[in-house]
Design a protein around this ligand. Structure first.
Ligand code: ZN
Length: 261
């Protein structure tokens, strides 16, 4: 662990000095404790968020004023209810949590907060929380981003139909976990919840989405095809994710955003 990048590992005068620098930024990784099929751990999203973030931070200029918070490990995962081990907090509580932490970071002098989220089911929630925080602390610029959206080249590594149908614990997540923590991956390589009959013109995520629950789609909890998963693919995905987020954090730190108003 790179202690110099962990806010909670510093003493308050160090935080005070860092927060006072122009463009001071805090990154808050968000995961979920939710089922990821019979073969992946409940902590999958949080593990991905932390590993990609830490690798990206380690490659930045050490002089840049950027710190990370401890992982928010429990998120909002109602779509995975009913699978033992899934833990979920209410949207209202998580918005209140985000606003409370963000307001204190703003009061400490930080100018930006990146919500570095790896759970697809809370993208909209964190966008809402970010706007509410920005409303109450206008001096803080908030960036509610999603691990898998942004970095270039990811889609090209995932063949169709998995690229559009593999939403959860399929090829990409299984491969990435095989690269990062193979000891946490079980023997199964499920293919489930794909080729579904949904109403014409509707979709699971993009376009005109359905608010799906995993038990409507899949008995294993997997929505995708993990059969071709490999550590080699996981390594390529990890490298693209780290490079993409490294580039974005570096660009943010070297920008003047938020522009004066
Ligand atoms: Zn996941």
């Amino acid at each position: 662990m790179d202690h110099q990048r962990h806010l909670q590992c510093l003493a308050w005068p160090q935080v005070e000095q860092l927060a006072a620098q122009p463009g001071s930024t805090v990154v808050w990784p968000w995961g979920a404790v939710e089922q990821h099929g019979p073969h992946l751990p409940l902590c999958t999203d949080g593990l991905f968020a932390e590993r990609v973030l830490d690798a990206a931070l380690a490659s930045l200029d050490p002089a840049l004023p950027i710190l990370r918070l401890p992982l928010q490990s429990i998120g909002c995962s109602p779509e995975h209810r009913g699978f033992p081990g899934t833990l979920s907090l209410s949207p209202a509580l998580l918005i209140e949590l985000t606003v409370a932490v963000g307001q204190q970071l703003a009061a400490a002098g930080f100018q930006r907060l990146v919500l570095f989220n790896a759970h697809g089911g809370q993208i909209a929630l964190l966008q809402t929380a970010a706007r509410q925080l920005g409303l109450l602390s206008p001096e803080l610029a908030v960036f509610p981003c999603f691990l898998w959206n942004g970095p270039e080249g990811i889609a090209e590594l995932i063949p169709e139909p998995e690229r559009s149908e593999g939403l959860h614990a399929g090829l990409a997540e299984t491969s990435l976990m095989l690269h990062l923590a193979p000891q946490l991956v079980g023997q199964e390589r499920p293919c489930d919840g794909t080729g579904l009959t949904i109403p014409t013109g509707w979709s699971l995520e993009a376009g005109a989405p359905l608010a799906w629950f995993s038990h409507n789609l899949s008995s294993s909890g997997v929505i995708g095809d993990a059969r071709g998963a490999s550590a080699a693919l996981g390594e390529r995905l990890f490298d693209l994710l780290v490079a993409g987020w490294r580039q974005r954090l570096d660009a943010l730190l070297n920008s003047a955003w938020p522009a004066p108003h």
